[in-house]
Write a protein that binds this ligand. Structure first.
Ligand code: PHE
Ligand code: CA
Ligand code: ZN
Ligand code: ZN
Ligand code: ZN
Length: 278
């Protein structure tokens, strides 16, 4: 799998910060900072050859991007919510996942690997209003054909933990195999069940996975011993706050690792050659 360049991800985060600053300090669903964020991501994808679609719903919109080559049918899908809360620019939550998936998508278009699955990306609206965009997508048939959905919500927390969703054992193992290859221990993500955009897919019977670096919960002494950082402090002290800004509220090491993990799992699931019959 490609090594996703973290400098390209942080360049997108800088742009998302500028967008928030120019639009009242937020990128919340239904507000101009969200529309500008969506147009930013969409423009990069269109230029790279993706087939993009904006799906509007009451209170917001989703951006869906299909990679046009490779087989149709069985689909591997990766998603991140693009909206922020109204109280801040939403850089760790969730500029990080959004910018990382843009770079993973651009790695697909740059490498043009042979694919065994259809590959689709989504940037959700109105996650912060209760998973509204992802629920709308699934309720309108979006989960059809999706064999695996991978979610990226908060992947660069400033005092990071390395949490891997435990919803599906095989997908959890794929993320863990990347993490063991770089010698970083992980913990299963349990508290997040139902708290992000994988939940509607899971409810629809789709296998789901993902990674998370922690929100307002505090890192324990045992976690600080294995991961570094500050014991007894929040993973993200600026969670849902005005101080969720770039660059101060992002750990670029965690951001880089989780983007590389996303590429590793996507390549494991969707890249290869289909065996010829006989
Ligand atoms: N969905 C939460 C938010 O956006 C963050 C979260 C993600 C919590 C994953 C748990 C697991 O605020
Ligand atoms: Ca990298
Ligand atoms: Zn949030
Ligand atoms: Zn979030
Ligand atoms: Zn790999």
């Amino acid at each position: 799998a490609p090594d996703i360049p973290v400098g390209s991800i942080t360049a997108h985060l800088s742009q998302l910060q500028s967008i928030a600053s120019a639009n009242g300090g937020n990128r919340a669903s239904g507000r101009p900072g969200f529309t500008a964020s969506l147009n930013y991501i969409k423009g990069r994808l269109d230029a790279a050859g993706y087939t993009t679609r904006v799906q509007s719903f009451t209170g917001g919109s989703n951006l869906i991007a299909d990679w046009p080559s490779g087989p149709s049918g069985p689909t591997v899908m990766l998603g991140a919510h693009l909206d922020s809360v109204a109280s801040g620019p939403g850089i760790n939550d969730n500029g990080t996942g959004s910018a990382s998936l843009l770079e993973v998508a651009l790695a697909v278009s740059a490498q043009r690997p042979s694919l065994t699955k259809h590959v689709r990306f989504a940037w959700w609206g109105a996650e912060e209003q209760g998973l509204v965009g992802s629920r709308y997508y699934v309720q309108n048939g979006g989960a059809s054909g999706v064999e695996a959905y991978l979610n990226f919500d908060m992947t660069g927390s400033p005092n990071p933990g390395y949490f891997v969703y435990d919803d599906d054992a095989a997908l959890q193992q794929l993320f863990n195999s990347y993490y063991s290859s770089i010698g970083v221990p992980t913990e299963p993500e349990r508290v997040g069940d139902g708290r992000s955009d994988h939940a509607p897919f899971k409810s629809a019977g789709v296998r789901v996975g993902g990674v998370f670096t922690g929100a307002s919960e505090r890192k324990t002494a045992a976690q600080a011993a294995k991961w570094g950082g500050q014991a007894n402090q929040s993973f993200d002290r600026c969670y849902h706050s005005a101080c969720d800004t770039y660059p101060s509220n992002v750990n670029t090491t965690a951001l880089d690792r989780n983007a590389d993990a996303a590429a590793h799992v996507l390549w494991a699931l969707a890249v290869g050659t289909v065996n010829p019959p006989g």
